[in-house]
Design a protein around this ligand. Sequence first.
Ligand code: C5P
Length: 317
Amino acid sequence: MRSYSLIAPAKINLYLEIIGDRPDGYHELSMVLQSIDLGDRVEIRANGTEDFRIHCQHPEVPCDRTNLAYRAAELLKTTYPNAFEQYGGADIFIDKQIPVAAGLAGGSSNAAAVLVGLEMLWDLGLTQPELQDLASQLGSDIPFCITGGTALATGRGNELEPLPDLEGLYVILAKYRSLGVSTAWAYQTYRQQFGSSYVRESTDLAARQKRVHSGPIVKAIALRDEMKVVECLHNDLEKVVLPEYPQVLKLRQTFEQFDVLGTLMSGSGPTVFALTDSREKAEQIRAQVQNTLGNPDLEFWIAKFINTGIQLAPGVH
Ligand code: C5P
């Protein structure tokens, strides 16, 4: 039976601005997304049956139909029934390294890997836009997870413009093991607290887009001015998540006390990250934050920026 083994990287948000609400119930966003070399390994193995089966050891990852990776397989099956007839189902093995419900797009990246892996397994010959269109139907972050690197994401987060690679930056990620934030909750709360102003101000999308403030960070990336990039780090969702989760606020403040280039909550949280320019410094900052907070529930990861999305895993496929 054929199989493909893929690496599905996590992402962080260097910038997340909520511009307004959309008729489809989502929010109009302007984001800068960055892939990092913390990734799950996803193996897609043809199983000669009529089913997809998810295998994952992580206690918080469901192995049923609610898993986004399963929904990705189902979407390909319904879109390309002839290929499914010909090639049949698959076993999907997820080796989880990316923390769950953490604002790092772990679930989205797994789904992106399933799309890429099944596309190869079923010899579909899809173009990049065709694959991106399927990805958009599944979730806002999934198109980015396929291509990865550094990108400006607008619309729901699914309209991508690649940006020049940011090289040489390291990220220290920290998350309380027992804490997860629902993305839907974060956006809904933001809408409740801050939505009235932009709705009243203008319902015209073109007018809203004029209010976008991502220009400086995009320019800094274009100039590869990393010092300027870190000055522009911003995430609107901090306004609702930090007051609700005092531990996350404390973590954010603790990072600020040390020699970091910048610090921010990623996506809808609760992961907080800090940037630095070497692995040694990253290790040092990790130790300092760990010593300061001394909480056994706190987990850390160190990763570097990468310029790729879903990739074949090195070695046998
Ligand atoms: O697209 P995805 O399913 O990943 O989004 C998860 C949730 O985040 C959505 O159900 C929605 O509540 C919120 N969201 C939003 N606007 C976006 C992206 C996500 O309101 N642009």
